[in-house]
Design a protein around this ligand. Structure first.
Ligand SMILES: [Zn+2]
Ligand SMILES: [Zn+2]
Length: 176
């Protein structure tokens, strides 16, 4: 006769690298151990997106009222400069600190049986780490609004007609 199927089924139904078995820590408050996994995640804002699996590396600590996760997350991202529209890839680094409580507050995270699902708090932190206004460099010159030239690499010579109104240009075309 196999063991009670209920303990197995939770992990099977909700199979995810973010789902961690913390049964050992719940029975040993005060203990802590390393935790490390790689997981896919979907996170994007206008000019920044995570483009591959994230690496989570940290520690889990058993508390009398739950489990505490403290981890560093590395997320490969593609960013687009807000001024010149250049794309580049960069590993974003962020920290996650989260309590999973046996009896959580309304907006807290819970220990479910002997599992914690770390996806919510990690996803939140990854979203916060995505820059809203990425710049390829602080003094990026952007692109010329008139001709579209990248002013970092090919400074445009300026536009003689910038100051003239389109009506003046029209006048030239009309007979006197
Ligand atoms: Zn730029
Ligand atoms: Zn120009």
């Amino acid at each position: 006769m196999p063991n009670s199927p209920t303990l197995v089924s939770f992990a099977t139904v909700k199979s995810s690298p973010f789902l961690l078995d913390v049964g050992d820590l719940l029975t040993h408050p005060g203990d802590n151990r390393p935790v490390s996994f790689t997981a896919p995640i979907e996170a994007a804002v206008d000019n920044a997106a995570v483009i591959g699996p994230i690496d989570v590396d940290g520690r889990l600590e058993g508390l009398t009222d739950g489990v505490y996760l403290k981890a560093v997350v590395e997320a490969p991202a593609r960013l687009t400069c807000n001024r010149c529209l250049t794309d580049w890839e960069e590993d974003l680094q962020l920290e996650v600190r989260q309590l999973f409580a046996r009896q959580p507050d309304e907006d807290g995270y819970a220990v479910d049986e002997h599992w914690i699902d770390t996806e919510g708090p990690i996803h939140d932190e990854v979203m916060l780490a995505l820059p809203l206004v990425p710049l390829c460099r602080d003094d990026c010159q952007g692109i010329c609004a008139t001709c579209g030239a990248d002013l970092n690499t090919s400074p445009c010579q300026g536009h003689a007609d910038d100051e003239r109104s389109p009506f003046e240009a029209l006048k030239d075309l009309l007979p006197d």
